[in-house]
Design a protein around this ligand. Structure first.
Ligand code: 5GP
Ligand code: ZN
Length: 112
């Protein structure tokens, strides 16, 4: 399948790893919208949160990994934002489920 994040998970495209486990991979976004901008993806290809919700345990693993990233990046005290762009109106550009974890500064009302 021609999927950018499947290639990143497989190591075919380089990325800066923040955390990984058997189910998920977390890496820095190539176009930082905040001092901390990490993408959390499932290793398994699902297109979005609606597909992900149909796979037992998948969204739980995603949330667990968000918590790991938050700890590793020191975001617990000041807070952070998690975003899942889904479909056209949200301007989802990569059709492999991903959570943006943003923090490290006061965030505006928009994503960035
Ligand atoms: P979306 O707009 O689909 O919610 O987010 C896709 C994200 O993937 C964007 O924030 C974009 O900067 C990021 N991105 C696109 N291509 C690459 C890449 O090759 N490497 C990394 N690390 N991030 C990427
Ligand atoms: Zn994929």
């Amino acid at each position: 399948m021609d999927c950018l994040f499947c290639k990143i998970v497989a190591g075919e495209i380089p990325s800066t790893k923040v955390y990984e486990d058997d189910y998920t991979y977390a890496f820095r976004d190539i176009n930082l919208q905040a001092p901390v901008h990490v993408l959390v993806v499932p290793r398994q290809h699902v297109a979005n949160v609606l597909e992900g919700a149909q796979v037992d345990g998948l969204m739980q693993h995603m949330a667990d990994t968000v918590a790991q990233v938050v700890r590793l990046e020191g975001l617990e005290k000041n807070g952070f934002r998690v975003i899942m762009n889904t479909g056209e109106d949200a301007m989802q550009t990569v059709k492999h489920l991903h959570m943006h974890v943003l923090g490290g500064r006061k965030l505006g009302i928009e994503m960035g």
